[in-house]
Design a protein around this ligand. Sequence first.
Ligand SMILES: Cc1ncc(COP(=O)(O)O)c(C=O)c1O
Length: 370
Amino acid sequence: MAQFRNTWIDIRLDHITSNLNLIRNASEKAIFAVIKANAYGHGDVEVARHLEKLNVSYLCVSSLDEAVHLRKHGIETPVIILGYCETEHLHIAGENKITCIIPSKEWLLNALSSYTSLQNLVFHIKIDSGMNRVGIKNIEEYKEVLQLAKNHQLNLEGVCTHLSSSNMSDQILTDKQLETFKKFLESSDSGFRWIHVANSDAAVTVSKQDGVSNAVRCGISMYGYSTFNQELQPVLSLHCGINQIKKLYPGDKVSYSATYTASKEETIAIIPIGYADGLDRKLQGFHFSIKGHPCEVIGRVCMDLIIIRVPVDTKLTDVVEIIGYHRNAADMAKHLDTIPYEILTSLSPRITRRYWQNNDLIKSINERFD
Ligand SMILES: Cc1ncc(COP(=O)(O)O)c(C=O)c1O
């Protein structure tokens, strides 16, 4: 472990445990835990290690790169690539026991023509039930894929689809997608071991009574955010120390392009975090916290530094909470007109992650040194 910069992320693994329990109770389905994009910024290897203890059925990633990274770090739980795996790399997926999605008949034909044997691979078919992203849109094509899989004795373990609008309060589009997905399933009797549809929001709304699925793919809710479930607890908080405290006098200007001018005497702190850490340049005007006091971001966010207005009694030893109890990733997302997913996945790997189990610090990781 090494940490020479006073900027860090705290990850509460016990909150992942309690969030997963809530999702399990709400959905009554097996859990496919989504840990793509570095586990939404939380650190995929450590989160995967924790999830292995919680008996999740699958870990979901977006690419073969992410999947192999997990295997290289000793993760043994089944891993599925939700995104597109180039057929030329399928042997790597086989060697690493990584489950792949069949996104189209064309993809499967390509795979079958490139390899003499695909029997050591596990596949799930992806149905495009209305989002018009990756997946098979046409029932005839689906049936042809099933036939090809049968002819070549492929291990077709699952079938899935992805919902576009499960965050909406009316479920019109979700119901329509479910109806379409069911038509695919009814078109042939394939006896899949896994049928998975719901993401976080659907897991707590439609999943229980969708009548077909036996697993939910949950990402953001595991990390503590959801449109519908307010009992979840955010897992991640972001903090930094203070490099310097100084006074501004009326007319003093702050940071690049001098976008802030002091109108009276003010105390400011220069803090070691910036847009290279994943904080958006549009955070000017947002508030961080010191001991619960809101501290406005003044002037442009720099690459490695931000300037905030602080109470006069602020000390160099004080800690600045950037994402945490007072303002979480959803609050920051609102200010930036985006979603918590983007806030969390943007956090740079250059920030040290500290992992907590209840109140014990169990590990501290900075990718540069560990
Ligand atoms: C195919 C797929 N399934 C599940 C998820 C998880 O979604 P959520 O984080 O809303 O649970 C994602 C996230 O982007 C996804 O792309």
